[in-house]
Design a protein around this ligand. Structure first.
Ligand SMILES: [Zn+2]
Length: 345
């Protein structure tokens, strides 16, 4: 047996490692990589086998160091083989590797819908005043939607042209006011609730009308509640919501309140001098309100001799339009991400 020095063995191992490494890097397909594996690591005829056979030609004292050298080289070549195989695998599955210089896919940032943002803000302001939130069904009986709220039997709102009926007695609520009756039936005064929800009307879908839209309603019932409470609370709300502003109350009519009033705030665009947003009036109407009609309290089983109350209702959709200067209410309901993205924070 020809003797071999440790130096010669080291040179052999290092040329094996260099050649195998270059061959692995050069393999451009799974097939050529497999051929490289057979050539260098093959158990039957590979280079590795030849080198391990040479260990016996070394001095006994050098064999331990040579063995470690040999093992390290084998592990390094096996690792390079593994990594190259990983890189070639997608190509083998018929998938081309993406160009790493391509720009990353765009990440979409979520946003609170402007109408939801208005509702949340209203709830927050009224929560500070001791109001809680009450909810009710969107499919209602006509008694809850009209009868309990003092609508006369021949009121035009009950007409098929204005209300979406599911059956003779079941309809899609036209306002959130039926929740007033449900709250009065379920809880004893004092009551302070805010009622947000969707309502439905047989309206055309145009720039200023939507057949389904959000409403926020408020109800206060207790002993000794007067119109002064209504005015003070709603004025406070307007100043919080719109920033320091002026308000005015105009007489109005609703079947379920008496007296009734609409509240206007000073136009935020022209500050009262008149512009196209406020139709030259200098004021923007934001809500309807009034003292709860005694008949409404009575029909819910609340003693109208003992208790009084006030209520209001407003449209957060219209408010969102005014706040952001949006010209067409349909944009709010289009679910167009380009529009909604503008509200991402
Ligand atoms: Zn104006």
């Amino acid at each position: 047996m020809t003797p071999l020095t440790l130096q010669e063995f080291t040179a052999l191992v290092s040329s094996f490692q260099d050649e195998a490494g270059a061959a692995i890097d050069g393999a451009d397909s799974a097939e050529s990589l497999e051929a490289t594996r057979t050539k260098y690591l093959g158990r039957a005829h590979g280079w590795l086998k030849d080198i391990s056979a040479k260990l016996a030609q070394l001095d006994k004292g050098d064999r331990a160091a040579a063995g470690r050298l040999f093992n390290d080289a084998r592990l390094a070549v096996e690792a390079a083989m593994e990594s190259r195989q990983g890189a070639l695998a997608p190509a083998r599955a018929g998938i081309t590797l993406a160009d790493p210089t391509m720009p990353a896919r765009r990440a979409w940032k979520g946003a609170v819908h402007p109408v939801t943002a208005v509702i949340d803000e209203m709830i927050e302001i009224f929560r500070e005043l001791g109001f809680t939130v009450a909810l009710g069904p969107e499919a209602e009986s006509s008694w809850y939607n009209f009868g309990s709220l003092n609508f006369p039997a021949d009121h035009p709102a009950m007409d098929l042209h204005d209300t979406l009926y599911i059956s003779d007695d079941l309809l899609l609520r036209t306002h959130t006011s039926p929740v007033q009756t449900r709250t009065l039936q379920g809880y004893a005064p004092p009551i302070r609730v805010l009622i947000p929800g969707n309502v439905h009307r047989r309206d055309p879908f145009d720039a200023s009308h939507a057949p389904t839209f959000a409403q926020v309603e408020g109800l206060v019932v207790d002993e000794g509640i007067t119109f002064a409470d209504l005015k003070a609370t709603l004025t406070h709300f307007a100043n919080r919501f719109f920033g320091s502003t002026k308000t005015r109350f105009r007489p109005s009519y609703f079947p379920f309140t008496e007296p009734s009033a609409e509240m206007d705030v000073l136009c935020g665009v022209c500050k009262g001098s008149g512009c196209s947003v406020c139709k030259q009036s200098g004021w923007i109407e934001i809500l309807g309100s009034g003292l709860v009609h005694p008949a409404v309290l009575d029909s819910a089983g609340v003693d109208s001799e003992k208790y009084t109350g006030w209520a209001f209702g407003m449209g957060p959709g219209r408010t969102a339009l005014a706040r952001h200067g949006i010209p067409d209410i349909r944009i709010l309901y289009d679910s167009d991400v380009r529009f909604l993205q503008q509200f991402a924070r």
